[in-house]
Design a protein. Structure first.
Length: 332
């Protein structure tokens, strides 16, 4: 064991005396994850030595996505926990496969430095009967996050100065984005959306024929199509793909899809209702202003806006990427 890991472990064990002076048993993280109970607080998992500072404990590994999901400008801190001796493997469609007993942890925060405020932490637990999604809401003191089965609404100001009512999803709403073929599944950590360095360190090697998405901050160096397609994969394809909650739309916006009709190009909507406005096709090459896809992304109307969940503001950078992609398409 490395000295740093040993010190982290000793630091975690030193936090076993409560304010009352009573000894607290060390956390058996694997038992917490695999039991049928719903932990009432984030601290019960023992993922962090310092939850408020998001300092991870042993076997809790941070990661970032090349192109992240937009959530009103929130900063996201992502971690994966693996049981001792277990490893990540590569599954179909480039999805990472996590062994039973794993957990994916994602904390949403606004602000920087001393002004940073943790809002919620979403935890995906891989139990023997499948994945379980649980939302945790941070307290005002920023000491712990409590299980929020019913979700919550929080008034806050985004980094761009927009006052919004931020929604923490309830336990069932998590399934709307994480549902695939009737089961809850992770949607963020795909091999194509992680750095080659992280993949080599955690898979042992870079997957063959890896087609990595561009890093969002460096998208100017990518083609307009690559930037837009990466954005659609991350922000839309978890619903708009076969077997997911919006599969009836006929759209398949995954990164690996290459059928123009599946991507919405000159495709009439199946059941857009008033969401289509006066437009006739999902994507009209060369004409972003006539494309339903962009029209819905630019709207904040609850009956029109896409995505339906997870945002209360329009992503200016994301919509600009989609606009450039459509505008650059050759017109027939």
């Amino acid at each position: 064991m490395k000295l740093g890991s040993a010190l982290l472990g000793l630091a975690a064990l030193s936090l076993t005396v409560a304010a009352t002076g009573q000894a607290v048993p060390p956390i058996d993280r694997d038992e917490v994850i695999n039991s049928q109970k719903l932990p009432r607080s984030l601290r019960e998992f023992g993922f962090f030595i310092d939850p408020a500072a998001q300092v991870p404990d042993q076997r809790v590994v941070p990661y970032r996505l090349n192109t992240p999901l937009y959530s009103d400008g929130a900063d996201k801190l992502r971690f994966v926990y693996l049981p001792e001796g277990e490893k990540i493997s590569l599954g179909q469609d480039g999805l990472l496969q996590f062994p039973v007993g794993s957990a994916l942890i994602k904390t949403f925060a606004f602000g920087e430095g001393d002004d940073r405020r943790l809002i919620e932490t979403r935890v995906l637990l891989h139990r023997a009967d499948g994945w379980l999604a649980l939302p945790y809401l941070w307290d005002d003191e920023q000491w712990d996050a409590r299980l929020a089965v019913a979700g919550a609404r929080i008034d806050l100001t985004t980094p761009k100065g927009e006052a919004i009512s931020y929604r923490v999803p309830n336990k069932n709403q998590c399934k709307e984005c994480h549902g695939l073929d009737g089961a809850v599944t992770p949607i963020g950590p795909k091999a194509r959306n992680l750095s080659s360095e992280w993949l080599e360190a955690n898979l042992g090697s870079l997957p063959a024929h890896a087609d990595l998405m561009p890093v969002w901050e460096d998208r100017a160096s990518a083609t307009p199509e690559a930037a837009a397609r990466a954005y659609l994969d991350v922000n839309c394809a978890h619903c708009h793909r076969p077997g997911a909650t919006a599969s009836n739309s006929g759209l398949d916006l995954r990164w690996e899809q290459d059928d123009p009709k599946a991507l919405g190009i000159m495709k009439r909507p199946v059941a857009a209702g008033r969401g289509a406005g006066t437009h006739l096709f999902d994507v009209v090459p060369g004409k972003p202003g006539e494309s339903i896809l962009l029209h819905r992304m630019l709207s904040n109307d609850p009956g029109v806006a896409m995505p339906e969940l997870g945002k209360a503001t329009v992503d200016e950078e994301g919509t600009e990427a989609i606009r450039k992609w459509i505008a650059g398409m050759p017109q027939s």
